[in-house]
Ligand binder design. Structure first.
Ligand code: F6P
Length: 543
């Protein structure tokens, strides 16, 4: 921990020891203004955190931690293009990807990155217009109707999640599919429904060396060439990468390659050409609206004081829950079918960014960083895992997300959806005491002996903390703002925890070992020096 944050941290520890035993019910009973005091609004959004186990004093202590950790200074360093990803010697300038052209320069190594950013956006726009206008056709002259994005991690999760989130905005004649898994079932089942002559592949990989993507790309290429011949590749493959030399080696025409830069982290790349399949799915005007929403959130994050700062508030609340109340996880519960992939997307953003145990000085962290993030859309989760949240005895901070107006307005659906969402956070907060359930069952006419036997099973402890974030609607602008909100939340937490959120060395070791085991499994290298379990597993799979 940085010495500067020590005093603020210790003050929170003392506060937690004194205040954490108070039940949320008592906090609501003691203050009729609790909701008004502990909620923030922005641009038609409402963030209600009054059902968190905090008081005004907790919040001011957390805001003191933000100041002590120097969040404003780190934010300036990020925007100035400093190499804040110090283990890779890279800047983290994803905010440049959504900055309007007229908003001024953003410097990286003394050069303004904005002209290149907007040149690439314009190239994407032109390409999307070509496909939608049926000017770009396949090798046999047929229009393209199906796009297959081949990528993994940050080259898959963002556009995949956003394509589902913006289902209401989809182009009627274009279907976009996503293939990520090395398991051949992913590509094979996708291709089974497609025709080579009307299919376009987008090979998306920052490095253009990722094993999964390269294997899927090679298999897709074989499928196409078998049907249409080698010359067809140019009309059916485009690429998105920072490694244009590898793209050319794969055989993709450089004119059909869209670039981004090493200062864009994979999990922060949706805003770059990695968003191409999304733009093909929903049109470029909608893609630009999403960038505008993200930029609006950037401006809010850069300028709002901590007490009104949405990303800052979410970041500090989670630090409170995990570092001071002991929660080791958070449930993300969107009451929106369209946001169904948001938990998966945020798993990479939060856990790959902040799943670290070494601080910026190379020392072991004294506190836990990112908790486990998990979740599913409501109301489905209510009929699966909510039982454990209500009565399983674990501390599980919940984050509910809902929209004021629906993206698919079927009569009778949306109000029921909202009723369920709000009922869950109310139940989690309030719980039901033994006395309450006893009175309820007795009033229903149950015999006293049966009441006494059943009441313990039907009481709820409550006091489960939750936040509810309400958006006006789910459209490209608000989706962009929502995703930028989480990017900045992760950034604030990384500063307080004193870690680099932009590297991911933990992923490398597994990749290294997979490369070592592959020739053993293929039978080209003898097994030597393996532990008995790994050797036994390989043995079992030998044909
Ligand atoms: O999982 C590790 C990782 O490096 C992610 O950070 C990245 O998003 C993903 O692999 C894919 O990498 P690439 O875009 O280079 O194929």
């Amino acid at each position: 921990m940085k010495p500067a944050t020590r005093a603020a941290w210790d003050a929170l520890s003392r506060h937690a020891a004194a205040a954490s035993s108070i039940h949320l019910r008592e906090l609501f009973a003691a203050d009729a203004q609790r909701f008004a005091r502990l909620s923030v609004t922005w641009n038609g959004w409402l963030l209600d955190y009054s059902k968190q186990r905090v008081t005004a004093q907790t919040m001011s202590l957390l805001q003191a931690l933000w100041q002590a950790a120097d969040v404003p200074d780190w934010t300036l360093r990020m925007r100035a293009g400093d190499a804040i990803n110090h283990t890779e010697g890279r800047a983290a300038l994803h905010v440049a990807l959504r900055q309007p052209a007229a908003a001024g320069p953003i410097l990286h190594d003394g050069h303004d990155v904005m002209p290149a950013v907007h040149r690439e956006l314009d190239r994407m726009q032109h390409f999307v217009a070509q496909i939608h206008g049926r000017h770009w056709r396949g090798a046999t002259g047929e229009p393209i109707t199906d796009i297959v994005n081949i990528g993994i991690g940050g080259s898959d999760l963002g556009p995949r999640m956003a394509t589902q989130a913006l289902a209401a905005f989809r182009h009627p004649d274009i279907r976009v599919h996503y293939v990520a898994n090395l398991d051949g079932a992913d590509l094979a089942t996708t291709l089974a429904a497609l025709q080579p002559r009307s299919t376009l592949f987008v090979i998306a990989s920052k490095t253009f060396t990722t094993q999964e993507t390269m294997q899927n790309a090679a298999s897709a290429r074989r499928w196409l060439v078998q049907a249409l011949g080698e010359a067809a590749v140019a009309r059916h493959f485009v690429a998105v990468s920072t490694n244009l030399a590898e793209v050319a080696r794969f055989g993709i025409d450089p004119d059909n390659a869209f670039a981004f830069w090493d200062w864009v982290g994979g999990r922060y790349s949706l805003w770059s050409a990695i968003g191409l399949p999304l733009a093909l799915a929903v049109g470029f005007d909608n893609f630009r609206q999403m960038l505008a929403g993200a930029h609006a959130m950037d401006q809010h994050f850069f300028s709002a004081p901590p007490a009104e700062n949405l990303p800052g508030t979410l970041a500090l609340l989670e630090i409170w829950n995990s570092n001071f109340l002991g929660a080791d996880n958070r449930a993300l519960l969107p009451y929106s079918q369209s946001l169904g992939l948001l938990p998966r997307y945020l798993q990479q953003l939060e856990m790959e960014s902040n799943g670290k145990q070494t601080d910026r000085q190379g020392a072991a962290l004294e506190c836990a960083a990112a908790p486990v993030l998990w979740g599913e859309p409501g109301t489905n989760g209510q009929h699966a895992f909510y039982q454990l949240i209500h009565q399983g005895g674990r501390l599980i901070p919940c984050e509910f997300i809902a929209c004021k107006t629906p993206d698919f307005d079927l009569p009778g659906h949306h109000q029921k959806l909202l009723a369920n969402c709000f009922a869950q956070s109310e139940a989690l907060m309030r719980g039901k005491t033994l006395a309450e359930i006893t009175a309820e069952l007795a009033a229903g006419g149950m015999a006293p002996a049966q009441v006494a036997a059943l009441a313990p099973y039907r009481s709820f402890p409550g006091n489960q903390p939750s936040t509810t974030l309400l958006l006006p609607q789910l459209d490209p602008f608000h989706l962009g703002a929502l995703l930028a909100l989480y990017e900045h939340k992760v950034f604030v937490q990384s500063i307080v925890w004193n870690i680099n959120p932009f590297d991911q060395w933990g992923v490398e070791y597994g990749k290294q070992l997979a490369n070592r085991l592959l020739p053993i499994i293929e039978g080209t290298t003898p097994a030597a020096g393996l532990d008995s379990s790994t050797a036994g597993l390989i043995d079992y799979c030998k044909l």
